[in-house]
Design a protein. Structure first.
Length: 260
């Protein structure tokens, strides 16, 4: 009798706790509409990327490719509205706009939106969407209760634990896409303007104040290449050619600003 009495006492307590968690969740969604919209659009980016790679539900993979880029552009535009809410037609405002990482990936989406599909193009926006949506998913779960959805919390913690490696992979992909674009021009699958526009994107990423990983990966790649070509057994002619290419890339690198 005492056990059944305890169970009947615990059930109303659990239902009250769930109801309180749902009310807190609804209140949070109502007061953070833009953040929730960003979370939902990032999930759309993830889903469209999956549907492009594995066309299970959509037979038109190119449409999924475009929708992934469009959803990323929408995310970037909303983030810009949060970061720079007051639009001004001035040179100073344009300078601030180009410093924002969201502006960089808005340009990124526009560069590849109407080109031939390149699967690797979706990797950075997929990984960024995964990182940010996982982070905000934890915030939403906290509104439901500190111990709710334990399995989902474990998956989110795994993503968060790999954050640095994910950001390094994004930076490497950004860099590797440049020679791939040049190669695809000769294949007739990319416009002649694409490398110039993408070079502008890369310079913006290199100068990023909030994300130093592109600069770090550029430096690490340079160190690895120089270590290999400076070996005594390496052909001198190829070594000189590689050093010429490295020098040319260094001259193209823009000045950097202090991180914030």
């Amino acid at each position: 009798m005492s056990d059944s009495r305890n169970e009947t006492e615990e059930t109303p307590s659990n239902s009250q706790s769930n109801a309180k968690g749902i009310a807190t969740f609804v209140a949070h969604v109502s007061s953070h509409k833009i953040d929730v919209a960003l979370w939902a659009i990032r999930l759309a980016t993830i889903f469209f990327t999956f549907f492009y790679i594995l066309p299970i539900f959509y037979t038109n993979s190119y449409a999924c490719y475009q929708r992934a880029l469009i959803s990323n552009a929408a995310t970037s535009a909303l983030r810009l509205q949060q970061r720079l809410p007051r639009v001004q037609l001035s040179r100073e405002f344009l300078g601030l706009l180009l410093l924002e990482d969201s502006c960089h990936y808005l340009l990124y989406s526009l560069i590849f939106l109407y080109t031939s599909p390149i699967t690797l193009v979706l990797l950075p926006i997929f990984l960024f969407a995964l990182l940010h949506s996982a982070s905000y998913s934890l915030t939403l779960l906290d509104q439901l209760g500190q111990h709710s959805w334990f399995g989902a919390r474990i998956l989110i913690s795994l993503v968060d634990f790999q954050q640095r490696n994910i950001l390094r992979l994004i930076a490497f992909t950004e860099i590797f896409l440049m020679p791939l674009i040049i190669f695809m021009i000769f294949m007739g699958r990319m416009s002649l303007l694409a490398p110039f526009m993408y070079y502008r994107f890369l310079t913006l990423r290199y100068s990023s104040r909030r994300n130093p990983f592109t600069r770090q990966v550029f430096y690490e790649l340079r160190m690895v290449v120089e270590m290999q070509v400076n070996k005594p057994t390496f052909p001198v002619g190829i070594r000189n050619f590689v050093h010429t290419i490295i020098g040319f890339i260094i001259r193209l690198a823009p000045p950097t600003t202090p991180a914030q």
